[in-house]
Design a protein around this ligand. Structure first.
Ligand SMILES: C[S@@+](CC[C@H](N)C(=O)[O-])C[C@H]1O[C@@H](n2cnc3c(N)ncnc32)[C@H](O)[C@@H]1O
Length: 253
Protein backbone atom coordinates (compact mmCIF):
# COMPACT_ATOMS: atom_id res chain seq x y z
CA UNK A 1 0.00 0.00 0.00
CA UNK A 2 1.28 3.47 -0.81
CA UNK A 3 2.55 5.75 1.98
CA UNK A 4 0.29 8.43 3.52
CA UNK A 5 2.21 11.10 1.54
CA UNK A 6 1.61 9.17 -1.71
CA UNK A 7 -2.03 8.74 -0.74
CA UNK A 8 -2.24 12.48 -0.13
CA UNK A 9 -1.02 13.16 -3.69
CA UNK A 10 -3.37 10.52 -5.10
CA UNK A 11 -6.29 12.17 -3.30
CA UNK A 12 -5.18 15.60 -4.55
CA UNK A 13 -5.15 14.36 -8.14
CA UNK A 14 -8.33 12.31 -8.07
CA UNK A 15 -10.58 14.20 -5.66
CA UNK A 16 -9.32 17.67 -4.72
CA UNK A 17 -8.09 18.90 -8.12
CA UNK A 18 -11.31 17.68 -9.76
CA UNK A 19 -13.21 19.81 -7.26
CA UNK A 20 -11.25 22.94 -8.14
CA UNK A 21 -8.26 22.65 -5.80
CA UNK A 22 -5.82 23.71 -8.56
CA UNK A 23 -7.33 27.21 -8.63
CA UNK A 24 -5.45 28.29 -5.53
CA UNK A 25 -2.13 28.22 -7.42
CA UNK A 26 -3.43 31.06 -9.64
CA UNK A 27 -4.34 33.05 -6.53
CA UNK A 28 -0.93 32.63 -4.85
CA UNK A 29 0.96 33.15 -8.15
CA UNK A 30 -0.87 36.44 -8.83
CA UNK A 31 -0.12 37.56 -5.29
CA UNK A 32 3.54 36.52 -5.54
CA UNK A 33 3.83 38.58 -8.73
CA UNK A 34 2.86 41.61 -6.61
CA UNK A 35 4.87 40.86 -3.45
CA UNK A 36 7.97 39.32 -5.00
CA UNK A 37 10.18 36.77 -3.21
CA UNK A 38 11.11 35.27 -0.82
CA UNK A 39 8.00 33.21 -0.07
CA UNK A 40 7.39 30.85 2.85
CA UNK A 41 4.64 28.23 2.78
CA UNK A 42 3.52 26.82 6.13
CA UNK A 43 2.18 23.23 6.19
CA UNK A 44 3.61 22.77 2.70
CA UNK A 45 2.75 19.06 2.49
CA UNK A 46 4.14 17.38 -0.62
CA UNK A 47 5.06 20.69 -2.25
CA UNK A 48 2.09 21.03 -4.65
CA UNK A 49 2.27 24.84 -4.35
CA UNK A 50 5.77 25.19 -2.88
CA UNK A 51 7.47 23.93 -6.05
CA UNK A 52 5.74 26.19 -8.61
CA UNK A 53 5.95 29.19 -6.28
CA UNK A 54 9.67 28.62 -5.62
CA UNK A 55 8.88 28.93 -1.92
CA UNK A 56 10.58 27.71 1.23
CA UNK A 57 8.38 24.91 2.59
CA UNK A 58 7.76 24.19 6.27
CA UNK A 59 5.96 21.10 7.56
CA UNK A 60 6.21 18.87 10.62
CA UNK A 61 5.83 15.57 8.76
CA UNK A 62 9.10 14.09 7.45
CA UNK A 63 7.30 11.92 4.85
CA UNK A 64 5.52 14.94 3.39
CA UNK A 65 8.82 16.84 3.32
CA UNK A 66 10.55 13.93 1.55
CA UNK A 67 7.80 13.96 -1.09
CA UNK A 68 8.21 17.74 -1.50
CA UNK A 69 11.94 17.23 -2.03
CA UNK A 70 11.22 14.64 -4.73
CA UNK A 71 8.99 17.24 -6.38
CA UNK A 72 12.00 19.55 -6.63
CA UNK A 73 11.57 21.79 -3.58
CA UNK A 74 15.07 22.37 -2.26
CA UNK A 75 14.48 24.67 0.71
CA UNK A 76 12.51 22.72 3.30
CA UNK A 77 12.21 23.11 7.06
CA UNK A 78 10.88 20.49 9.46
CA UNK A 79 9.12 22.42 12.20
CA UNK A 80 5.81 22.99 13.94
CA UNK A 81 3.97 25.92 12.36
CA UNK A 82 2.91 27.10 15.85
CA UNK A 83 6.50 27.65 16.91
CA UNK A 84 9.37 28.14 14.49
CA UNK A 85 12.18 30.63 14.17
CA UNK A 86 13.94 31.20 10.85
CA UNK A 87 16.68 33.74 10.22
CA UNK A 88 15.04 34.87 6.96
CA UNK A 89 12.09 37.31 6.60
CA UNK A 90 9.56 36.90 3.77
CA UNK A 91 7.63 39.11 1.36
CA UNK A 92 4.81 36.53 1.40
CA UNK A 93 3.93 33.89 3.99
CA UNK A 94 1.18 31.52 2.79
CA UNK A 95 -0.97 29.04 4.73
CA UNK A 96 -2.93 27.43 1.88
CA UNK A 97 -5.59 24.73 1.71
CA UNK A 98 -7.27 25.17 5.12
CA UNK A 99 -4.10 24.17 6.94
CA UNK A 100 -4.60 26.72 9.73
CA UNK A 101 -7.80 24.80 10.52
CA UNK A 102 -5.80 21.72 11.49
CA UNK A 103 -5.02 23.65 14.68
CA UNK A 104 -8.25 23.07 16.59
CA UNK A 105 -7.68 25.38 19.55
CA UNK A 106 -7.78 29.16 19.15
CA UNK A 107 -4.54 29.51 21.15
CA UNK A 108 -2.71 27.24 18.68
CA UNK A 109 -4.12 29.06 15.64
CA UNK A 110 -3.13 32.43 17.11
CA UNK A 111 0.37 31.11 17.93
CA UNK A 112 0.76 30.04 14.29
CA UNK A 113 -0.47 33.39 12.95
CA UNK A 114 1.84 35.28 15.35
CA UNK A 115 4.79 33.19 14.24
CA UNK A 116 3.88 33.82 10.58
CA UNK A 117 3.56 37.57 11.28
CA UNK A 118 6.96 37.67 12.96
CA UNK A 119 8.53 36.28 9.77
CA UNK A 120 7.18 39.03 7.48
CA UNK A 121 9.66 41.40 5.90
CA UNK A 122 8.68 45.10 6.05
CA UNK A 123 5.57 45.47 3.85
CA UNK A 124 5.17 41.69 3.67
CA UNK A 125 1.79 39.96 3.60
CA UNK A 126 0.24 36.78 4.95
CA UNK A 127 -2.14 34.90 2.61
CA UNK A 128 -4.36 32.03 3.59
CA UNK A 129 -7.43 30.05 2.64
CA UNK A 130 -10.01 28.83 5.12
CA UNK A 131 -13.32 27.02 4.63
CA UNK A 132 -16.45 26.91 6.73
CA UNK A 133 -17.30 23.23 6.22
CA UNK A 134 -20.54 23.67 8.14
CA UNK A 135 -21.86 26.53 6.02
CA UNK A 136 -25.22 25.48 4.61
CA UNK A 137 -24.94 21.95 6.08
CA UNK A 138 -28.45 20.63 6.65
CA UNK A 139 -27.37 17.49 8.52
CA UNK A 140 -24.73 16.80 11.16
CA UNK A 141 -23.12 14.11 9.01
CA UNK A 142 -22.56 13.03 5.43
CA UNK A 143 -22.53 9.22 5.11
CA UNK A 144 -19.55 7.30 3.78
CA UNK A 145 -19.53 7.59 -0.03
CA UNK A 146 -17.16 6.67 -2.82
CA UNK A 147 -15.04 9.73 -3.64
CA UNK A 148 -12.75 8.25 -6.29
CA UNK A 149 -11.43 5.00 -7.73
CA UNK A 150 -8.29 4.92 -9.91
CA UNK A 151 -4.92 3.15 -10.24
CA UNK A 152 -6.24 0.21 -8.18
CA UNK A 153 -7.04 2.53 -5.23
CA UNK A 154 -10.46 3.48 -3.95
CA UNK A 155 -11.29 6.18 -1.45
CA UNK A 156 -14.50 6.48 0.54
CA UNK A 157 -15.12 9.52 2.73
CA UNK A 158 -17.64 10.73 5.30
CA UNK A 159 -18.09 13.97 7.24
CA UNK A 160 -19.25 14.50 10.81
CA UNK A 161 -20.01 18.06 11.93
CA UNK A 162 -19.75 18.94 15.62
CA UNK A 163 -21.73 22.14 15.29
CA UNK A 164 -21.30 23.21 18.93
CA UNK A 165 -17.49 22.98 18.79
CA UNK A 166 -17.30 24.17 15.15
CA UNK A 167 -15.18 21.10 14.33
CA UNK A 168 -15.72 18.90 11.27
CA UNK A 169 -14.17 15.43 11.04
CA UNK A 170 -13.37 13.96 7.63
CA UNK A 171 -13.25 10.15 7.85
CA UNK A 172 -11.35 8.34 5.08
CA UNK A 173 -11.13 4.73 4.02
CA UNK A 174 -8.44 3.89 1.44
CA UNK A 175 -8.39 0.44 -0.14
CA UNK A 176 -5.51 -0.80 -2.27
CA UNK A 177 -4.46 -4.34 -3.17
CA UNK A 178 -6.76 -5.88 -0.55
CA UNK A 179 -5.38 -3.64 2.23
CA UNK A 180 -7.43 -1.01 4.01
CA UNK A 181 -6.25 2.15 5.76
CA UNK A 182 -8.76 4.11 7.81
CA UNK A 183 -7.97 7.55 9.23
CA UNK A 184 -9.57 10.89 9.95
CA UNK A 185 -8.71 14.59 9.83
CA UNK A 186 -10.26 17.10 12.24
CA UNK A 187 -10.68 20.68 11.07
CA UNK A 188 -11.83 23.75 12.96
CA UNK A 189 -14.47 25.56 10.86
CA UNK A 190 -13.77 29.23 10.24
CA UNK A 191 -15.97 31.90 8.70
CA UNK A 192 -14.82 35.45 7.99
CA UNK A 193 -15.71 36.84 11.43
CA UNK A 194 -13.98 33.94 13.23
CA UNK A 195 -10.86 34.31 11.06
CA UNK A 196 -10.74 38.07 11.63
CA UNK A 197 -10.82 37.53 15.41
CA UNK A 198 -7.83 35.17 15.22
CA UNK A 199 -5.93 37.55 12.92
CA UNK A 200 -6.58 40.44 15.26
CA UNK A 201 -5.26 38.49 18.27
CA UNK A 202 -2.08 37.88 16.25
CA UNK A 203 -1.63 41.58 15.43
CA UNK A 204 -2.83 41.19 11.83
CA UNK A 205 -5.72 42.66 9.87
CA UNK A 206 -7.40 41.44 6.68
CA UNK A 207 -6.49 43.71 3.77
CA UNK A 208 -8.20 41.74 0.96
CA UNK A 209 -10.87 39.07 1.20
CA UNK A 210 -12.29 36.90 -1.60
CA UNK A 211 -15.27 34.70 -0.75
CA UNK A 212 -15.98 31.68 -2.99
CA UNK A 213 -18.98 29.94 -1.41
CA UNK A 214 -17.76 28.44 1.85
CA UNK A 215 -14.11 29.15 0.91
CA UNK A 216 -12.39 32.36 1.89
CA UNK A 217 -9.08 33.65 0.51
CA UNK A 218 -7.59 36.33 2.72
CA UNK A 219 -4.54 38.57 2.43
CA UNK A 220 -3.55 40.07 5.78
CA UNK A 221 -1.00 42.65 6.83
CA UNK A 222 0.46 43.68 10.16
CA UNK A 223 -1.93 45.98 12.03
CA UNK A 224 -0.85 49.58 11.72
CA UNK A 225 1.15 48.91 8.55
CA UNK A 226 -1.39 50.59 6.23
CA UNK A 227 -3.98 53.35 6.08
CA UNK A 228 -7.05 51.32 5.23
CA UNK A 229 -8.49 49.50 8.24
CA UNK A 230 -11.51 48.09 6.40
CA UNK A 231 -10.98 44.74 4.66
CA UNK A 232 -11.04 45.53 0.96
CA UNK A 233 -12.42 43.09 -1.53
CA UNK A 234 -9.70 41.26 -3.43
CA UNK A 235 -7.49 43.12 -5.87
CA UNK A 236 -8.46 42.94 -9.52
CA UNK A 237 -5.43 40.66 -10.08
CA UNK A 238 -6.37 37.99 -7.56
CA UNK A 239 -10.09 38.14 -8.50
CA UNK A 240 -9.15 37.73 -12.17
CA UNK A 241 -6.80 34.83 -11.33
CA UNK A 242 -9.53 32.95 -9.44
CA UNK A 243 -12.17 33.65 -12.12
CA UNK A 244 -9.87 32.49 -14.93
CA UNK A 245 -9.03 29.30 -13.05
CA UNK A 246 -12.73 28.62 -12.39
CA UNK A 247 -13.53 29.09 -16.11
CA UNK A 248 -10.67 26.77 -17.05
CA UNK A 249 -12.02 24.14 -14.63
CA UNK A 250 -15.54 24.48 -16.06
CA UNK A 251 -14.07 23.98 -19.55
CA UNK A 252 -12.23 20.80 -18.47
CA UNK A 253 -15.11 19.14 -16.61
C1 LIG B 1 -3.77 19.72 3.72
S1 LIG B 1 -2.03 19.47 3.83
C2 LIG B 1 -1.58 20.95 2.94
C3 LIG B 1 -0.49 20.73 1.95
C4 LIG B 1 -0.16 21.86 1.04
N1 LIG B 1 -0.14 23.16 1.70
C5 LIG B 1 -1.10 21.92 -0.16
O1 LIG B 1 -1.76 22.94 -0.33
O2 LIG B 1 -1.15 20.96 -0.93
C6 LIG B 1 -1.70 19.88 5.50
C7 LIG B 1 -0.25 19.75 5.94
O3 LIG B 1 -0.14 20.33 7.25
C8 LIG B 1 0.89 19.66 7.94
N2 LIG B 1 0.77 20.00 9.37
C9 LIG B 1 -0.23 19.66 10.22
N3 LIG B 1 0.00 20.18 11.43
C10 LIG B 1 1.16 20.87 11.35
C11 LIG B 1 1.92 21.64 12.28
N4 LIG B 1 1.50 21.81 13.55
N5 LIG B 1 3.07 22.21 11.86
C12 LIG B 1 3.50 22.04 10.59
N6 LIG B 1 2.82 21.33 9.66
C13 LIG B 1 1.66 20.75 10.04
C14 LIG B 1 0.65 18.20 7.58
O4 LIG B 1 1.82 17.43 7.79
C15 LIG B 1 0.27 18.32 6.10
O5 LIG B 1 1.39 18.14 5.28
Amino acid sequence: MRSPAEQYDWELAHVAVRRGRGEDLSFYSALAARTGAPILELACGTGRLTAPLGAVGLDNDPDMLAAARRRGVCRLVRADMRRFALAQRFALVAIPYNSLQLLLGAADAVACLRCAASHLAPGGVLALEVTDFQQGARRTSVDLELLARADGVSLHGALVHDVGRRVTTYHRRFEEGGEVRVDHVRLRCLDQAELEKLLSRAGLRPAEVTQEGARLFCVATLRGSGEDHQPASASADSRRALALAARERARLT
